[in-house]
Every structure is written in structure tokens, then in C-alpha cells.
Ligand binder design. Structure first.
Ligand code: KG4
Ligand code: ZN
Length: 353
């Protein structure tokens, strides 16, 4: 019988996976080689398009994905000789904006069908965690992972690849959302995280007292109080901040978020006896969050891992890495697998129809 699963056949060469990501406002494609080892990583950010609206407009995002995705895939596949050099496809299937997800998903399915290639639908959160797999020395298991992005703030006990136990999560806003909303109130524009970080550079992080919700051993997060306190502070200052006051305020907001995230991540690792913490997601690109986590982990004898900044924000390299790992294990997605706006990490296709 001929080999139906190319990478399970000893005679077949290394498997190259094309990853596709279109869950929100980045149109991205990437190729990983056996390993997984990063070959190419192309990201088109729609930030400029959405900046005019102060946030992502789902309908507009879908349309821009459609306009861009073929060119982005061609660019990503060019270093391996185009699509002929691809053995399998991995695509974000959820969670995310359904209209956006469908663009990447249908393109991936179309390519898989036309070329007779295997494909796998990837959970975007597992994708964020899988950026770590592309490191020269990836984090070992078990560990605690803090996934912190525009839509998610979750702590997991990661016992192995694919084996996640939720330890805590946000009860309201995600940390990235808190950055984005405060930036919007300040008139700093979108996306907020990086703008608050830049504006706050050199500012006094202790200048404005802001709440740290759910202190102590609680591993859940809440950022709505911080958002309200920030709003009230800005109103109290007449609706706008400038110069040094603005710088100090941004530094204080960043510090409040970084403080809570890193304290809880360390507490989580200590609670489950994990030896280290891996950081993932867009907010992991924040320099203060990275530094404070490294400092606090070192103090408690824990290791700490953060992917390179470009692999923290949405990209397809992380999707290809996650897909590569699952494909290697023999997993495939059924043709009927569709986009999922919600898809809790750790739930398989069976659990989410
Ligand atoms: O992972 P990501 O690119 O998309 C989602 O899956 O949500 O995360 C985007 C979030 C946004 O809220 C953005 O403001 C935040 O990550 N972010 C940052 C930084 N860069 C991106 N937050 C703080 N500091 C940054 N440097
Ligand atoms: Zn993301």
C-alpha cells in the first residue's frame, strides 16, 4: 500500500508546512521546515486601515484579508520554490472574527484540495504558545504559560504540547484590551499597547496610583477597574493629558498591568510547582512586562521564556509551528471543520462542532 501519510514514511523528506493566519487584523503566511524551523514569515498589518475607526472593523478586516492573502502566501512560499515546495497546510480556525477566519480557512482548504495536501486547523491560542517552539532552545514541559493578547488573558498549566489546564483568566477585559481602551481615551490611537509603551518611555511608573484587582493568591484577572480609574483620572485632569503628565500616566498604566500579569504568572507557577513561565501573545511584546517577569521569575528560582517580539503579536509562523507539531503526530482536520469565534484552548474538534 502506498504511503498515505507522507511524514510518517521514513523515506519521505522533511515536512514543510505553510501556515496561514487571518483571525483578526493581520493577514499572515509563513513557512516552517522540519523541526519546526522558521523559513519565512510575512505579516501584513491592517493597522492603518482600522486606525481611522479607532479599532478593528470586522467587515473591513475580512475584505482586506481577501485582497491581500494570495500575495502574502506567494511571498511566504517563495523561498521554498513556491507552493510546489509545501507538504502541508496549517491555518487558524479560531478563536477570532468569523468573517476574517473564513478567508484564511477557505484559502487553506482550497489549496489542500487542489494540491492533495494534508491540512490542519489550529487554535490561535495554541499558535501563540507555539511561537516558543521556533526558539533554538524551546521551553521545557511542564511550565506555566501566560497568554496575554487583545482578546485573551489566561494562565495555563502546560503539562505537554496540547495538554493545557486553565489556572485563571480575565473576568472582564483582556490586558491588551485595557491598553487599547486607555489609549483610546487618551487619544493616542490604535493599537494602544505599543502607543502607551512608547508614550510612557522615561515616565514615572509610580506617578499615578491605579488599582491592582484580585490580589493575593487569586489567579483570575480583572482590568475593568483599572480602565475606569484611568478614565476618571483623565476626566479629573480636564479630559486630556500632555507632556510629562501624559508620560507619567502612560508609565503608570503600563506598570499596573505589568505588575498584575507578572505577579499572577509567578504565583501560578509556584502554586502548581512548575519550574518556569512562558509568555505569549501581543502584550508579551511589551518591554516592561518582559523585564518584570524575568526579574520576578529569577527571584523565585523560576526560568522565564518570551518569544522574540515579532513572534508575540499575530503572525503565521506560530500557526505553522503548532500545525507542524500536530501534523507530525498524525492529526488532520476534516473538511467540515469550520471557523470558530470561540474555541477554548484544550478542546478538540469533537467538543466544538
Ligand atoms: O496577539 P495579538 O497581536 O492579537 C490578538 O490575538 O489579540 O495582540 C494584540 C494586542 C493588542 O491589544 C495590542 O495593544 C497589544 O497586543 N500589544 C501590546 C504591545 N504590542 C501589542 N501591548 C502592550 N505593549 C506592547 N508593546
Ligand atoms: Zn493573537
Amino acid at each position: 500500500m502506498s504511503c498515505q501519510v507522507p511524514y510518517k514514511c521514513a523515506s519521505t523528506p522533511a515536512v514543510r508546512v505553510l501556515g496561514i493566519e487571518s483571525s483578526c487584523d493581520e493577514t499572515a503566511a509563513a513557512v516552517v521546515d522540519d523541526g519546526p524551523r522558521l523559513v519565512s514569515n510575512i505579516v501584513h498589518s491592517q493597522v492603518r486601515t482600522h486606525a481611522a475607526f479607532g479599532g478593528v472593523v470586522p467587515e473591513v478586516a475580512s475584505r482586506e484579508h481577501i485582497a491581500r492573502i494570495v500575495g502574502i502566501i506567494e511571498e511566504a512560499a517563495a523561498p521554498v520554490g513556491g507552493l510546489d515546495g509545501i507538504d502541508a497546510l496549517a491555518v487558524t480556525r479560531g478563536p477570532g472574527l468569523v468573517g476574517s477566519l473564513l478567508v484564511g480557512l477557505q484559502v487553506a482548504k482550497g489549496l489542500a484540495l487542489a494540491r492533495g495536501l494534508p491540512w490542519i486547523g489550529v487554535n490561535h491560542l495554541e499558535g501563540h504558545l507555539s511561537a516558543a517552539l521556533l526558539a533554538d532552545t524551546p521551553p521545557t514541559y511542564p511550565h506555566v504559560a501566560l497568554v496575554v493578547s487583545g482578546g485573551h488573558t489566561h494562565l495555563y498549566h502546560v503539562r505537554a504540547f496540547g495538554d493545557y489546564a486553565l489556572l485563571g483568566g480575565t473576568r472582564d477585559d483582556a490586558a491588551g484590551e485595557a491598553f487599547d481602551k486607555v489609549a483610546k481615551i487618551l487619544g493616542l490611537g490604535y493599537p494602544g499597547g505599543v502607543r502607551i509603551e512608547k508614550t510612557g518611555q522615561g515616565g514615572n511608573p509610580a506617578a499615578v496610583r491605579l488599582p491592582r484587582a484580585l490580589p493575593g493568591k487569586n489567579l483570575d484577572f480583572s482590568f475593568s477597574g483599572l480602565k475606569t480609574a484611568a478614565h476618571l483620572h483623565i476626566i479629573g485632569k480636564g479630559g486630556g493629558l500632555e507632556g510629562e503628565e501624559l508620560r507619567d500616566f502612560c508609565a503608570s498604566v503600563q506598570e499596573a498591568i505589568a505588575d498584575v500579569l507578572t505577579k499572577k504568572a509567578v504565583n501560578a507557577a509556584l502554586a502548581v510547582g512548575a519550574p518556569g513561565v512562558a509568555l505569549a501573545g501581543g502584550v508579551a511584546a511589551n518591554t516592561r512586562v518582559r523585564a518584570l517577569l524575568a526579574q520576578r521569575c529569577a527571584k523565585r528560582g523560576l526560568w522565564c521564556f518570551a518569544p522574540p517580539k515579532p513572534l508575540c503579536t499575530d503572525n503565521a509562523a506560530m500557526i505553522a509551528a503548532a500545525g507542524w507539531t500536530r501534523l507530525q503526530a498524525g492529526e488532520r482536520s476534516p473538511w467540515g471543520a469550520s471557523a470558530q469565534s470561540r474555541w477554548p484552548l484544550g478542546q478538540g474538534f469533537e467538543a466544538v462542532p
